[in-house]
Design a protein around this ligand. Structure first.
Ligand SMILES: Nc1ncnc2c1ncn2[C@@H]1O[C@H](COP(=O)(O)OP(=O)(O)OP(=O)(O)O)[C@@H](O)[C@H]1O
Ligand SMILES: N[C@@H](CCO)C(=O)O
Length: 312
């Protein structure tokens, strides 16, 4: 259940007075989600999603909300933030930073088809292209420096085998430079649960709160690592190919990107192995975290390392 902060209708009516969205008709908590509190809000003008941010501050929100607004204006399927009468996308509600975005008609899937992977790949490429004209900048908080520092905290807690694997992979990644590859705005967490689908079409990408500027191919690797991953940690090549096919139709990969694909898949797996290990071993006191299985990404990393024939 992910309604951590309760909002009552009277309180919401007062807050909505700062918008031009008509009167409140319905308010319903959303059970899915882990980090934030989400509600479906219906007014006489339409249906929206209200998010109360449990960890991000009001000062941190403008980048993400401006980005969603920019992408939505440029044809990327994602929720559009609604501005209040003071032209702000976010303000305080029930003691938390809060925003309203348009409600999308779709649902996530744990078992995507090739057609759905193709559509998500194409929309991710559209996001990468639309990001070209977005002027705000955000460094990736989960880049190489972060995983090296995190690994130092984790080494004493890991088995000898896992410690050796983590050290070796970080060394390999540190020795490999990706600076020459195309970079821009990336979602950085485009997992299956962050995409709403309607049939085979993308209704919208959600959860932009890891979005940042980084290498575009890194974003593709993160997404393919989830969309084409089987339960046993190996890749479903047909799904991976479909994803890349959709992506390339909108933004063809360069020869340098193709050459770096195997190492980038490993970088994507490493990033989520490390973050899941951190969540497991260093749960933040008072923070609402739900631990996902770190070994999934260790096993995926091993599968990528052992693989010789890449299906690009
Ligand atoms: N704009 C939207 N339109 C329709 N449904 C939405 C929208 N945004 C979120 N949802 C629904 O709310 C659920 C929870 O949202 P989300 O995954 O963003 O939660 P979170 O707690 O903010 O993030 P996370 O779960 O990644 O920590 C989604 O699975 C989706 O069903
Ligand atoms: N998508 C992430 C969690 C949110 O960042 C994971 O599955 O580990």
């Amino acid at each position: 259940m992910s309604v951590y902060t309760t909002v009552d209708p009277r309180q919401l009516e007062d807050w909505l007075a700062g918008y031009s969205l008509g009167n409140l008709v319905g308010l319903k908590g959303i059970a899915a989600g882990i980090t934030n509190t989400n509600y479906f809000v219906t007014t006489t003008q339409g249906r929206y999603v209200l998010t109360l941010f449990e960890a991000l501050t009001l000062e941190e929100l403008p980048y993400y909300l401006a980005l969603m607004s920019h992408l939505a204006r440029h044809g990327v399927a994602c929720p559009t933030p609604v501005a209040d009468n003071s032209d702000r996308f976010a303000s305080m509600l029930a003691g938390k930073p809060a925003c309203l975005v348009s409600c999308l008609d779709g649902a996530d899937t744990a078992t995507p088809s090739a057609a759905q992977c193709r559509a998500v790949g194409a929309m991710q490429a559209a996001l990468h292209k639309a990001g070209d004209t977005f002027t705000l900048r955000m460094k990736n908080p989960r880049g190489p420096r972060w995983w090296s520092q995190s690994a130092n905290r984790l080494y004493p807690l890991l088995s000898n085998v896992d410690r050796a694997l983590l050290k070796e992979e970080i060394q390999l990644q540190d020795s490999h430079r990706f600076d020459h590859l195309p970079s821009g705005v990336i979602h950085a967490d485009l997992f299956r649960d962050n995409v709403l689908l309607k049939g085979d079409a993308v209704a919208g990408f959600i959860d932009f709160y890891y979005a940042c500027n980084d290498i575009l191919l890194y974003d593709v690797a993160i997404a393919v690592n989830d969309w084409a991953r089987r339960e046993d940690g190996t890749m479903d090549d047909a799904l991976a190919r479909a994803f890349l096919e959709g992506y390339r139709k909108v933004r063809p990969l360069t020869g340098e990107e193709e050459a770096d694909w195997p190492v980038m898949l490993r970088a994507g797996a490493l990033r989520f192995w490390v973050s899941r290990l951190l969540d497991l071993h260093f749960p933040q006191a008072g923070e609402l975290t739900f631990t996902k299985e770190p070994n999934t990404f260790r096993d995926l990393l091993l599968a990528h390392r052992e693989r010789r024939d890449f299906w690009l």
